[in-house]
Design a protein around this ligand. Structure first.
Ligand SMILES: [Zn+2]
Length: 127
């Protein structure tokens, strides 16, 4: 990958990182909002649950974006973390923070879908 390509991805990722960091910070306020009214409380609980799910997703995304920026720094950007093959330029253009090539990502999605649900449940119970 050329220096100018890397710079382009770096710019895209830095923008994404700033945007996600802002969203995650703002959601913190919503997630802890409390109301004395019981009906409101139920409504808020639902909203809070939704906010936590979104927050969880955005936090994960933010982590991926940061990881990609880190890989730009250490020179491993664009290489699949799992199989060490180059990630296709087409995939990077669509998902610049992708840590895996499309084959490994599909494998990970399939094997992690149940784990992901459990982790989510654990997260909600812990909250
Ligand atoms: Zn791979």
């Amino acid at each position: 990958m050329t220096k100018s390509e890397l710079d382009k991805y770096k710019g895209v990722l830095e923008n994404k990182q700033a945007e996600l960091a802002r969203v995650v910070r703002n959601r913190d306020g919503i997630a802890i909002e409390k109301s004395p009214d019981h009906l409101d409380e139920v409504q808020h609980a639902t909203e809070r649950e939704l906010a936590i799910r979104n927050l969880d997703r955005d936090s994960n995304l933010l982590r991926s974006v940061r990881g990609a920026l880190h890989r730009i720094e250490d020179g491993s950007f664009g290489v699949c973390l799992h199989c060490d093959e180059d990630i296709s330029p087409k995939r990077l253009a669509a998902v610049p923070f992708a840590p895996f090539c499309i084959q490994c990502q599909e494998l990970a999605d399939r094997s992690q879908s149940s784990v992901g649900d459990n982790a989510d449940e654990w997260f909600l119970n812990a909250a």
